[in-house]
Design a protein around this ligand. Structure first.
Ligand SMILES: Cc1cc2nc3c(=O)[nH]c(=O)nc-3n(C[C@H](O)[C@H](O)[C@H](O)COP(=O)(O)OP(=O)(O)OC[C@H]3O[C@@H](n4cnc5c(N)ncnc54)[C@H](O)[C@@H]3O)c2cc1C
Length: 341
């Protein structure tokens, strides 16, 4: 079987990895001159499940996706994997309620997710914090370009190869993993673009003490070679990838508000902007396109693309190869593009 994949971001590369391991032949067509050059081109991305108060088809997807990502990363040796944990700060009342419900309804073992008070959160972080947190000790960050390269090891791909007419490709099935460009082929898909920017800052003596990832609406990663990644802005009203100075200021300001003092002396050394894709219900769009026999889609990975793209790849491989599905029927229906018809 030959499967054509449009898009060499992490969604397309994860698909190629899973399909190759299943014994079929994926071929990736990437419009630009490099893999992981769109939304997937950030130096590091944070991976964690998307938290919901309830256990529902959506949470089941992210729970499975997080577990799948952890075991996938463990099998690679050079992806810049830093599983040093993440503290999701409880910086408002809503989060306090929601995280307690998450703990209760998800039923995870304490070794994988638990609430910690201010003192313990500060000890885990290595820097003083003003809030307690939801702590996920296995969460962390990964280098997206390296992850894409690892996924693509041994896979045939074409760069500078924008596909205009996917029906002309010689393949048994086609998968659209081309981010917002899926709209070009199916303009009625309810997808939206959300621009965002990350900021890289040179560390200070104090910020070097940070030992785990902090999430507070924005996020800060521990320093790597003297540089922290701060993320990220969200602008539904913009869809360009030019960097904006005011976004760096916003990322620093979010840190200053949530971990006062840690921002002192941090200087901007680099930045990157890109466009994410979300669907109308903020859940990925993964499955067979209605009315099309062998055309599939994996997009709308929003701000959790690292974990959702690898789970989406396993689900699509099951569908294409007619294997028992790795996700429940409710979750598959919640992901399907048919949900919007
Ligand atoms: C600022 C910012 C911070 C983020 N932080 C995180 C984070 O910390 N953790 C996390 O999990 N996620 C994060 N995300 C989201 C994550 O990056 C995305 O969900 C993920 O990269 C989406 O991957 P993708 O492969 O679907 O899209 P993309 O990476 O955009 O890939 C789509 C590819 O398709 C190609 N393409 C388009 N049209 C065609 C065509 N016709 N033919 C061939 N190729 C085509 C494009 O060139 C592109 O390379 C962040 C996003 C942004 C913008």
């Amino acid at each position: 079987m030959k499967i054509a994949i449009l898009g060499g971001g992490i969604a397309g590369c994860a698909l190629a990895f899973v399909l190759k391991n299943a014994g079929v032949t994926p071929v990736v067509y990437e419009a630009s001159d490099a893999l992981a050059s769109g939304a997937s081109g950030n130096p590091y991305g944070l991976y964690n499940p998307r938290f919901t108060a309830e256990r529902n088809p959506q949470s089941d997807f992210y729970i499975s996706a997080y577990a799948m990502a952890l075991r996938t990363f463990a099998a690679f040796s050079d992806i810049g994997w830093r599983p040093s944990g993440a503290l999701h700060l409880i910086n408002d009342e809503k989060k306090e309620r929601r995280f307690s419900q998450t703990i209760e309804n998800w039923g995870w073992d304490e070794a994988h997710m638990r609430l910690v008070g201010v003192k313990e959160a500060s000890e885990i972080a290595g820097v003083p914090l003003g809030y307690g947190a939801l702590h996920l000790p296995q969460s962390g960050s990964v280098c997206l370009k390296k992850l894409a390269a690892a996924y693509m090891d041994g896979v045939d791909y074409h760069l500078n190869a924008p596909v205009e007419d996917y029906e002309a490709l010689e393949a048994d099935a086609v998968i659209l993993a081309c981010g917002p460009e899926a709209l070009k082929f199916f303009p009625d898909m309810p997808l939206g673009k959300v621009r965002g920017q990350i900021t890289q800052v040179a560390s200070t003596e104090q910020s070097e003490k940070l030992r785990c990832h902090l999430c507070y609406g924005g996020y800060m990663m521990p320093a790597d070679a003297g540089v922290h990644v701060l993320g990220s802005t969200f602008q539904r009203w913009l869809d360009h990838s030019q960097v904006l100075e005011q976004d760096d200021a916003e990322n620093l300001q979010k840190l200053a508000v949530n971990v006062p003092g840690l921002e002192k002396g941090l200087t901007v050394v680099d930045h990157r902007a890109a466009v994410r894709v979300t669907s109308r219900d903020h859940f990925p769009m993964v499955g067979r396109l209605p009315g099309k026999d062998n055309i599939y889609v994996s997009t709308a990975h929003g701000s959790h693309g690292i974990v959702s793209s690898i789970m989406a790849a396993h689900l699509l491989a099951d569908m294409i190869l007619d294997r028992p599905a790795c996700l429940g029927a409710d979750t598959i229906a919640a992901l399907s593009p048919a949900r919007f018809i």
